[in-house]
Design a protein around this ligand. Structure first.
Ligand SMILES: Nc1ncnc2c1ncn2[C@@H]1O[C@H](COP(=O)(O)OP(=O)(O)OP(=O)(O)O)[C@@H](O)[C@H]1O
Length: 309
């Protein structure tokens, strides 16, 4: 249950997320700002373009996956959407609200869950969730019932709910972080690698719960992952990111069909084949680069405006 107030805020458009030409660079200090041992007359200060002119659109109720290798820019994009970083260029809107100009409204509409979530480690999972519920102004009885329900459906046993977090494995703590993110049933849920480090059973619990959130609360989910199977099974559409750029964006089947048609493996192409081909790590000599894919199968990935599911 998200509050009627928040539902009203999100009611003005069915476009949950719109990213237009977003850019984020790191390390733009001038030579004078650099420590002296890094300064060089010949070498200008290095810049990482973590998010390089990304455009995409996510519809209300969609589960959208951003699939990329380590360092490809996934977390940076999530941080831009969740107002934790300021973009160097482009525009990002959540249900029509601009992340820079209408930051407070955007924060009410989203919830971000990441692996570096912080907790009161001496408190139990339930106590941590109840603390969060107070910050969100959720009524006590409802918050307790909902916390227990979410934690249990994510696979935590009754006994575990009362155990200090410091006694739990990293995977368990991650589930508690996810549970906390789901407490308010946000209209846009940003999940930064929600299942990384979880065992197969726990992964399954989390994935099932994400699907339930969408079915029961019409939650829109934007998630990052490097798990190809997860992206394939869970997402309505997937964007593949490489070096800060979206190199392809389509339904899982659309991506597999496109690559399958290209390499003559129609019907048996896996998401891993797709990823390898598009990020230039393919052993398939016919498929030189992501640019080939874009020119042949160009879609929203190339900056178009097709936001349909
Ligand atoms: N605060 C920062 N300062 C400088 N560089 C950064 C910062 N945050 C990220 N980067 C750089 O930006 C690039 C993208 O990083 P990002 O964390 O977004 O990738 P990622 O796809 O989320 O990786 P991972 O899967 O390992 O979490 C990387 O080269 C990273 O080193």
């Amino acid at each position: 249950m998200s509050s009627p107030d928040i539902q009203r805020l999100a009611a003005r458009t069915d476009v949950a997320l719109e990213v237009q030409n977003a850019v984020k660079r790191f390390g733009r200090e001038t030579a004078q700002q650099q420590p002296f041992w890094k300064r060089s007359a010949r070498k200008p200060p290095e810049t990482t373009v973590a998010v390089d002119h990304i455009s995409l659109t996510v519809q209300r109720g969609e589960i959208f996956g951003l699939l990329g290798a380590n360092g490809s820019g996934k977390s940076t994009l999530i941080r831009l959407i969740s107002t934790l970083l300021v973009p160097d260029g482009g525009e990002i809107r959540v249900f029509g609200y601009d992340v820079q100009r209408e930051e407070r409204t955007v924060r009410r509409l989203i919830n971000r869950v990441s692996v570096e979530a912080s907790f009161f480690k001496k408190l139990s999972a339930l106590e941590n969730l109840m603390y969060a519920a107070r910050l969100y102004d959720l009524p006590g009885v409802y918050a307790r019932r909902r916390s227990v329900e979410i934690l249990r459906s994510l696979g935590l046993s009754e006994k575990r709910l009362y155990e200090p977090l410091e006694h739990m494995s990293r995977g368990m703590q991650q589930k508690v972080a996810i549970a906390r993110g789901l407490l308010t049933s946000p209209v846009l849920l940003l999940l930064d690698e929600p299942t990384t480090g979880l065992d197969p059973r726990s992964k399954h619990d989390v994935q099932r719960f994400i699907l339930r959130m969408r079915a029961e609360h019409d939650t829109t989910v934007f998630l990052t992952t490097h798990d190809m199977d997860e992206a394939d099974r869970l997402c309505d559409r997937i964007a593949i990111i490489d070096d800060g750029r979206i190199v392809a964006l389509d339904t899982p089947q659309g991506l597999k069909d496109a690559i399958g048609a290209r390499n003559g493996k129609n019907g048996s192409t896996t998401m891993e084949d797709v990823f390898m081909a598009l990020t230039g790590k393919s052993l398939d000599d016919d498929f030189e680069s992501a640019d080939d894919f874009e020119s042949e199968y160009g879609n929203e990935a190339t900056g178009g405006s097709n936001g349909a599911r």
